[in-house]
Design a protein around this ligand. Structure first.
Ligand SMILES: Cc1cc2nc3c(=O)[nH]c(=O)nc-3n(C[C@H](O)[C@H](O)[C@H](O)COP(=O)(O)OP(=O)(O)OC[C@H]3O[C@@H](n4cnc5c(N)ncnc54)[C@H](O)[C@@H]3O)c2cc1C
Length: 386
């Protein structure tokens, strides 16, 4: 493994860092205060990213995207992670699963997303089916060549700004007794489809201004042409194309942790108590040593998981380890950064209390820490028959 960056990778890091610091940091306080990012402002960010030529960096070049390899994409995401999701999600990375589209769907969904004309969201979770996604109740009944959908999805990120949603729906059952399991199918559902409603979700302490939504289906009729992939093979499509999205969570945690660390390091070097800089007290300096060690460890775990993807090596366990370690590292680092600041750390004059709140969701979405531990331990024990 060689993580010496190429010139192209250096350029990606510099360009994204510069954009995030210049264009997005100045908007953070307003988004926090209001809990909103006005749509026009989001569109402005989007236009600037399109002008940079860095839009849809994750989508293969044959479809007009940036076609970045996994390591370079991780480096880009690491820089975007320095700011909040409310702002960085306007640097759109359409869901990779759209690459499974057939020719007609590609023209209607994938290519307009790559050009910045349409926005997607992705919906699996339901009120009664979170970690156990296959337990979903949202159900589609066949009616001729159409499907009639009923049910609810919740926690669906940025569906409020989406033009369509990629939705996983049960379309039947296969097997019997203990072996029986739901057939899951992936559908493309346009905003405005009769019987389909997108409404505001809950208020979250993490990532203010990045809204989650509730989706309701009430006898919503979808033609079979809206199926992405094949009927009953929704999870197979998801496993092929969404396998690597947890790396995004890990890289963003690393980027935000480095930002929090830099603030804490500078404060420790300047703040004086008992006649000397607090960084000279071992109680503070050892915190800094532990913080940077765990940030670097998370960075390396993440890049090595991305490197395995680029090499075509199995990476499921490594991706889970990166997501688990980086999200738990971010929680510790933001907490210690506040501790080093004493009382000021909790005040919203500084961004640290926001990083601390934003850190909380990273251990939950895209598979909780417990589910990542489950993936890691199964990978170790299964070959031994346990
Ligand atoms: C802000 C936000 C945005 C989100 N955005 C999206 C989105 O865009 N699209 C989408 O589909 N989903 C989204 N999610 C859903 C997210 O992926 C789920 O919240 C997550 O998978 C956990 O599901 P749950 O919240 O229902 O918790 P549950 O699955 O009910 O888990 C509750 C607790 O039980 C533990 N647990 C469950 N099963 C096991 C097990 N087998 N072993 C050990 N512990 C277990 C969990 O780890 C957790 O601690 C979002 C969530 C949030 C909070």
């Amino acid at each position: 493994m060689d993580f010496g960056l190429t010139e192209e990778q250096e350029l990606v890091v510099r360009t994204v860092r510069d954009f995030v610091e210049r264009e997005l940091y100045p908007l953070e306080a307003q988004v926090e205060r209001t809990g909103e990012l006005p749509r026009e402002l989001g569109r402005e960010i989007q236009d600037k990213v399109l002008a940079l030529g860095f839009y849809a960096p994750n989508i293969p070049a044959e479809f007009g995207g940036g076609g970045l390899d996994a390591v370079t994409f991780a480096l880009l995401e690491r820089e975007l992670g320095r700011t909040s999701m409310a702002l960085n999600h306007w640097w759109f990375r359409p869901s990779n699963i759209l690459c499974a589209a057939n020719a007609e769907q590609r023209d209607r969904y994938l290519l307009p997303c790559v050009r910045g004309e349409r926005i997607d969201a992705l919906a699996m979770t339901e009120p009664d089916a979170g970690s156990d996604v296959r337990g979903m109740k949202c159900f589609a009944r066949r009616d001729g060549d159409d499907w009639i959908v009923n049910g609810t999805k919740h926690f669906i990120s940025h569906a409020d700004v989406a033009d369509f949603v990629i939705v996983f729906i049960a379309t039947g059952e296969e097997g019997s007794g203990k072996q029986s399991r739901k057939r899951i199918t992936c559908f493309l559902v346009d905003r405005g489809t009769p019987g389909f409603e997108i409404r505001k979700g809950y208020n979250s302490v993490s990532h203010k201004g990045y809204h989650n939504c509730i989706l309701s289906f009430d006898d919503c009729r979808l033609p079979s042409s809206q199926i992405l992939g094949e009927e009953g093979l929704g999870f197979e499509v998801a496993n092929t194309w969404l396998y690597a999205t947890r790396i995004t969570v890990a890289t963003m945690c690393v980027g935000r942790a480095r930002r929090a660390f830099d603030i804490a390091l500078n404060y420790a070097a300047q703040r004086k108590q008992f006649g000397q800089q607090i960084g000279k007290f071992q109680g503070v300096s050892f915190k800094l040593a532990d913080m940077i060690t765990s940030i670097d460890a998370a960075d390396l775990l993440t890049l090595s998981a991305a490197w395995r993807l680029d090499k075509g090596l199995p990476a499921n366990r490594e991706i889970a380890q990166a997501k688990l370690f980086a999200s738990e590292m971010l929680a510790r680092v933001t907490d210690e950064a506040i501790q080093i600041h004493g009382g000021m750390g909790l005040m919203d004059d500084l961004p640290l209390e926001r990083f601390w709140r934003d850190a909380r969701v990273e251990r939950i979405w895209d598979g909780t820490s417990e589910i990542q531990r489950h993936i890691i331990s199964r990978d170790l024990l299964r070959p031994l028959g346990a």
